[in-house]
Design a protein around this ligand. Structure first.
Ligand code: XMP
Length: 512
């Protein structure tokens, strides 16, 4: 499939690059992130409708600062430079970039020229996220000012004749008010895009790329039954059909009935090669006496790969391993430059050596809501597409401390009741994730006339769109009350229930 309209994002190692790409896609325009040193000839060949230069941790004056050929600025393609991108345009065209005494990191009211096509429809002031040390002190010749703050007089600039724009703030983040509209204005008013790209185009584009990449070779997909791996599996199935084999490792750490449900859906609704491996005992014995969360994650991640290798050997040569990694997994695992928060078992938990030629991650650039849209495009049933996310390490990271079969069974039942009541209350679409956690705290209670000394169960429910930040859900008290009453009445070994009222940050969604 040919994408008619493309925006190229030149990556100068800024921290929000993926968000820029996402915002452009939200405007129904295809965008692609490319290295800043892409050949000018390649840009001409792609013939994008516009270019966006990202931010960067560098200063334009640093020795190894990423830069571009000036020729790019003369191609006649509209350009939006964000933060460092604006400073680079300034530096290359003879303006002056200076270093401020102190770094600015704040959402600031920016005075904007709302007659500029970039800010059409805006008021004179807009709250924008400024995060920078350097700033544009004097504009290059031919440019005029279109935004300012008291501490940063040149917060936006334009050369109307050449269609070159620069803004010091970040339109791609939520802290900037109506940021997506600024990007929308750039791609529509300035680049002249018509917005003919949708998630269906992503599906077609991916199917084509996967076909080319995998060809007649064999691929193996790790199917967990979660949204991400299901979408990845169906996408791959569409691309390479029977050359895909899905392995569903039932590690015994799934929710109640989940293993059977997953098997049923993929066998009955899709003609997918599916192998179910019942590996509960194997995982539980590896996890015996392990209570450290990171150790649990690593063990499970590693054991997964071992199971795949063994199964792969049984089917003969397998060249590719498909994984449903999505963008938040990539950043939170610290694969980029950030600090590791948790090693998600799809990413950071991979051992150094893997018995496959290559790993394929078709959803690596997508956020969760984009994965769901892709799933619907692929015709996956809504109940599966809107299934709440479930972590690869499963209930192992929801049983705090050491894992035993008994604890797992208690948790499965409690979690089932919680989910059942949430669905009955019609909250299953509003809450983005909700589950039970079995703490390793025991406390004293009273049942009838008897003293009990049993587990404390925690309930967790959050609302979020990207799972990178989340707010705890204000579930009505009477629903919590029903859940609590049912759990203590129906499940032995739980005599106390608490509700988690922390958001992310400072907490994470999972407890481990
Ligand atoms: P946290 O706990 O980091 O979770 O706030 C963010 C989202 O990611 C899910 N999660 C995982 N998903 N492998 C996954 O595929 C993992 O190891 C993993 N750990 C957490 C979590 O359920 C939430 O949706």
């Amino acid at each position: 499939m040919k994408v008619n309209e493309k925006i190229l994002i030149l990556d100068f190692h800024g921290q929000y690059n993926q968000l820029i790409a996402r915002r452009v896609r939200e405007c129904n325009v295809y965008s692609e992130i490319v290295p800043y040193d892409i050949d000018v000839s390649k840009i001409k060949e792609i013939s994008p409708k516009g270019l966006i230069f990202t931010g960067s941790p560098f200063s334009v004056y640093e020795e190894n600062a990423p830069t571009i050929s000036k020729e790019i600025l003369e191609l006649g393609i509209p350009i939006l430079g964000i933060c460092y991108g604006m400073q680079l345009i300034t530096h290359l065209l003879g303006g002056n970039v200076s270093r401020a005494d102190k770094r600015e990191y704040a959402t600031t009211s920016v005075n904007i020229d709302n007659t500029s096509p970039l800010f059409l429809g805006f008021d004179n002031n807009n709250d924008c996220l400024m995060t920078h040390s350097d700033f544009v002190e004097s504009l290059p010749q031919g440019f005029k000012n279109i935004a300012s703050t008291p501490s940063c007089p040149n917060a936006g600039m334009v050369n109307v004749e050449k269609n070159l724009y620069g803004i010091q703030f970040h339109p791609e983040v939520n802290n900037t008010n109506r940021g997506t509209e600024i990007i929308h204005n750039f791609v529509y008013n300035i680049c002249g895009c018509s917005g003919d790209w949708k998630m269906s185009s992503f599906v077609q584009e991916s199917v084509k790329t996967l076909k080319e990449k995998i060809g007649d070779k064999k691929a193996l997909c790790a199917l967990s039954g979660g949204v991400d791996s299901s979408v990845a599996a169906v996408l791959l199935n569409k691309a390479i059909g029977k050359n895909l084999t899905c392995i569903f490792v039932d590690h015994g750490l799934l929710r109640k009935n989940e293993g059977d449900e997953v098997e049923k859906v993929f066998r009955e609704q899709y003609d997918i090669n599916l192998i179910r491996v019942n590996a509960k005992d194997r995982f539980l014995s590896k996890l015996e006496h392990v209570s450290d969360p990171e150790k649990k994650r690593k063990i499970i991640g590693e054991e997964f790969i071992r199971v795949f290798e063994e199964e792969a050997k049984k089917i003969g040569k397998v060249d590719f391993l498909v994984q449903g990694t999505i963008y938040p997994d990539v950043i939170e695992s610290g694969v980029g430059k950030g600090q590791t928060i948790k090693s998600h078992h799809n990413v950071g938990g991979l051992p150094d050596y893997v018995d496959f030629e290559e790993i394929v991650e078709p959803l690596r650039d997508l956020f969760k809501d984009e994965v769901r849209k892709t799933g619907l495009e692929l015709g996956i049933p809504e109940n599966l597409v809107y299934r709440q996310p479930f972590p690869g390490p499963g209930l192992a990271i929801r049983v705090i401390g050491e894992i035993t079969e008994e604890k797992l069974d208690i948790l499965k039942e409690a979690d089932f009741i919680f989910r059942d009541e949430i669905a009955k209350a019609g909250l299953d679409r509003t809450l983005n994730q909700y589950f039970a956690v079995l703490t390793n705290l025991k406390s004293v209670g009273v049942m009838g006339d008897e003293r009990t000394y049993d587990y404390t169960l925690a309930l967790r429910a959050v609302e979020t769109s990207d799972f990178m930040t989340a707010t705890w859900s204000r579930i009505p008290y009477d629903i919590l009350d029903t859940v609590s009453t049912r759990i203590v009445n129906e499940i032995k070994n739980i005599n106390r229930i608490v509700y988690d009222i922390t958001s992310k940050p400072p907490s994470t969604i999972e407890w481990e």
